[in-house]
Design a protein around this ligand. Structure first.
Ligand code: NAG
Ligand code: NAG
Ligand code: NAG
Ligand code: NAG
Ligand code: NAG
Ligand code: NAG
Length: 717
């Protein structure tokens, strides 16, 4: 059996309509939040001594935390394009070995381009490819592009790699011996390795912008082509003002009303609250977590101190040999500035001073450091130590450096610097990269993962779920360098990337498998199964933490971390159909012409709609005060054999939770049972109390646990 996964090929964060420059600004201000100043001050301490004063140091500092987030624009020159054209599948992940025939319901196409001589070929794995660029070509942004020949507008080929990576994560075939420059060697496969996949390319230009017109056209085509699951790893940088103003909202409504499951990335605007994107109740919105694997190498200094740093270097230095260790400022080229030399910028170092040595350089936090390695190679250095100048070490980027290189955190960087300063002939070595498994605690909520509450409709909890999205190895386009925008011109068939874009296709793959096992389930039933079987404990048995090691909440993980095996057999589901979603729009006050954007047939709104009874698999109560308890109702559908369920409540001490009835007896499969939950605040509330209280309902028959998170907001806490 097989199922088709569809994938809208795009960029990590594509910006819709005219919002792009605004979105970048917003993303940057979200990255550091209130701590920006103290973090920055700590940088000056480290950097200051190098550049002769705090003021100079301030000038040298610039953040580009979101560079890995804002999309990669890799453009090939003609020669390189000629080398790869015709080569298809680009990746072994899209080989159709062992894949069944193309389903007869498939109406899609493999859109080829004669202008580019790009022989784009599909097979039984990659069964379709289309591209949509008219919206972009009509934009002001496009008019300002001076050379349009390098935009690759007439091909579905992925010149940028985000699409290849996410598509292979969802549905890539088995590929033995897959590694990133020798690291993480193993068999790669997508979530649904036997599925068929198709790609819909909608993002264009140097800023990888995705226009609503193109997004809607892609949804339309995908629905017509006969897809089962859509995996949407894109979203607006700015939140869309309302559902009817969002191409993804409208497109995904049409898809879901045709029985297609839509899975979407939550966005990379964390860790600030209220940053989650793709907040439609009809989509499954996915945040990102770390996994229990790290790639580290070890620096050993002459005095025996050992430091660990994340790295994907292909090689290490011999462990029995120590190399001279030099502060890069001491290897400055005659014509270079001190700022450039301390950061090992290209052309800033003198080969005569650096040759054969290990360089100590300052890394800009959140910036790729590949280019510093390229400079180290240029001057003949043996290795490079990059010292971060932000102390939030959990977000050091893992990079495939071009020579033995290790990237340490702020504290360790300071210690190494102290050793260099106080030692007559400082020496060091850098080990090969070790793959470290069973890292605890994991999963952690990834720093960048966007958080709730839902800015558009606070009564619907978002994100819905989390999945692995940090340091994910998947197929890569050989049209793009490992990290675009760097001087590294190598190619790699597999690469590590991080983002909610990487988390989203994990869930898409699982949704595709559920669709195979339960072809009659609605998108909402599949979503419910994935949510109610999620876990909120990590591999130490304690609660899931965020990357600063604080206890995570449903605003970080929704229902929790996916557990694919449990999702296949959830026991009960919270179902919803198109009418429910239309009533939800009615509840927002949408008139008939606005509703027509979502649903072509005329629809008459009911007299009244109570969001409290909208059958969502999570519960959010906003503005609950001490005087007025509030109730919600939910309906469970039995998808297992006859069984009796009773409810377990994990409540916050400040919230009294009453479930009626507290036992549900299901006599047959498909039977529906309603229950009511009443929430009441337990005064007194402390002055400094959080505005939000969290808990969980758990319907269990001993074998199954059908769990729903709840969030209660008290505006006066
Ligand atoms: C195109 O060229 C014009 C005039 O030289 C310049 O102002 C504009 O910024 C360029 N556009 C881009 C996208 O580089
Ligand atoms: C435009 O870009 C293409 C592809 O990168 C290049 O071959 C061509 O020389 C460029 N043309 C101009 C006028 O810069
Ligand atoms: C990866 O592992 C396979 C099988 O264990 C081995 O044959 C291959 O050489 C390894 N590749 C690399 C790059 O380490
Ligand atoms: C300094 O001079 C060298 C050699 O001429 C050159 O390659 C390098 O780009 C120059 N660096 C700067 C920062 O100008
Ligand atoms: C820096 O990394 C070391 C491990 O190499 C760790 O012990 C230390 O806590 C980290 N420092 C900070 C500020 O996170
Ligand atoms: C329907 O709602 C939209 C969006 O609020 C508004 O622009 C439009 O004027 C309304 N149409 C009617 C007929 O009220």
């Amino acid at each position: 059996m097989s199922s088709s996964i569809y994938h809208v090929l795009l960029s990590l964060l594509c910006f819709m309509l005219q919002q792009s420059s605004l979105a970048i600004k917003q993303a940057r201000s979200h990255s550091f939040g209130q701590n920006a100043e103290s973090v920055a001050n700590s940088h000056y301490d480290l950097l200051g001594p190098y550049v002769g004063g705090i003021e100079k140091a301030k000038e040298a500092i610039f953040y580009s935390y979101n560079r890995h987030v804002n999309g990669f624009a890799a453009i090939l020159d003609e020669d390189e394009a000629a080398k790869i054209a015709g080569v298809w599948p680009e990746s072994k992940s899209f080989s159709d070995e062992g894949i069944g025939p193309v389903p007869t319901k498939w109406h899609g196409t493999c859109q080829t381009d004669t202008k580019n001589l790009d022989k784009f070929q599909c097979n039984r794995k990659l069964i379709g490819a289309r591209y949509f660029s008219q919206g972009y070509e009509a934009s002001d942004e496009y008019k300002e592009v001076n050379n349009t020949t390098d935009l690759h507008l007439n091909t579905a080929r992925d010149y940028e790699s985000h699409g290849t990576h996410t598509l292979s994560t969802a549905g890539g075939n088995f590929v033995p011996g897959a590694s990133v420059f020798g690291n993480g060697n193993g068999t790669a496969s997508g979530g649904a390795p036997k599925s068929h996949v198709a790609t819909y390319k909608v993002c264009w230009g140097p800023d990888t912008s995705c226009y609503d017109a193109d997004i809607l056209a892609a949804f339309d085509a995908a629905i017509g082509d006969g897809v089962d699951v859509l995996s949407i790893s894109l979203g607006g940088g700015d939140g869309d003002p309302d559902y009817f103003q969002s191409g993804i909202s409208i497109g995904s409504f049409h898809a879901v009303s045709k029985g297609i499951i839509v899975v979407a990335a939550a966005g990379n605007y964390g860790p600030d609250l209220k940053t989650v994107r793709n907040v439609e109740p009809w989509t499954l919105t996915v945040g990102a977590t770390t996994i229990d694997r790290e790639f580290n190498n070890y620096i050993t200094l002459g005095d025996g101190q050992v430091f660990k740093g994340p790295s994907l270097s292909e090689s290490g230095l011999p462990s029995n040999e120590l190399y001279p260790l030099i502060n890069s400022l001491d290897a400055i080229a005659k014509n270079a500035t001190a700022q450039d030399a301390i950061q090992c910028q290209y052309g800033s170092l003198d080969p005569k001073k650096a040759h054969g040595k290990i360089l100590f350089c300052i890394a800009n936090h959140g910036e790729y450091t590949i280019d510093q390695g390229v400079e180290a190679v240029r001057v003949g250095a043996a290795g490079i130590i990059l010292a971060d100048y932000d102390f939030s070490w959990t977000s050091i980027l893992l990079e495939p450096h071009v020579l033995p290189a290790s990237h340490v955190n702020y504290t360790d960087g300071n210690n190494i610097l102290t050793y260099i300063k106080h030692t007559k002939s400082p020496v060091a070595t850098i080990s090969r990269v070790k793959t470290e498994l069973g890292i605890k605690p994991s999963p952690l909520i990834a720093t960048f993962s966007s958080r709730g509450p839902n800015y558009m409709e606070p009564a619907i909890l978002k994100p819905d779920i989390t999945a692995p999205g940090n340091d994910i190895i998947a197929a890569y386009s050989e049209a793009a360098p490992p990290l675009s925008g760097t001087l590294d011109q190598r190619r790699t068939p597999f690469m590590i990337l991080s983002g909610t874009s990487m988390a989203c296709p994990h869930v898409s793959g699982i949704a595709a498998l559920l669709k195979v096992v339960h072809p009659d389930w609605s998108p909402a039933a599949i979503k419910s199964a994935i949510m109610t079987t999620a876990i909120v404990e990590d591999n130490t048995g304690g609660p899931i933490l965020d990357s600063s090691l604080k206890k995570a909440t449903p605003f970080d993980y929704g229902a929790g971390q996916i557990r694919p095996n449990n999702a296949v057999n959830p026991g009960l589901v919270y179902d919803l159909d198109t009418t429910d979603y239309l009533n939800f729009l009615c509840g927002r006050g949408y008139n008939s012409s606005t509703i027509k954007l979502f649903y072509k047939e005329p629809y008459t709104c009911p007299e009244s709609f109570n969001l409290a009874d909208f059958n969502y698999p999570s519960i959010t109560i906003i503005n609950l005060d001490s005087e007025h308890p509030r109730s919600v109702t939910r309906t469970l559908t039995n998808v297992g054999p006859p069984s009796t369920y009773k409810v377990l409540i994990n409540e916050h001490r400040q919230v009294e939770t009453l479930v009626e009835p507290n036992i549900l007896i299901f006599k047959e499969k498909g039977e529906k049972k309603k229950f009511k939950v009443t929430f009441k605040l337990r005064p007194p509330l402390k002055e400094d109390q959080s505005h939000y209280f969290f808990g969980r309902l758990d319907w269990t028959n001993g074998k199954h646990h059908v769990r729903s998170p709840f969030v209660v907001q008290n505006p006066n806490a």
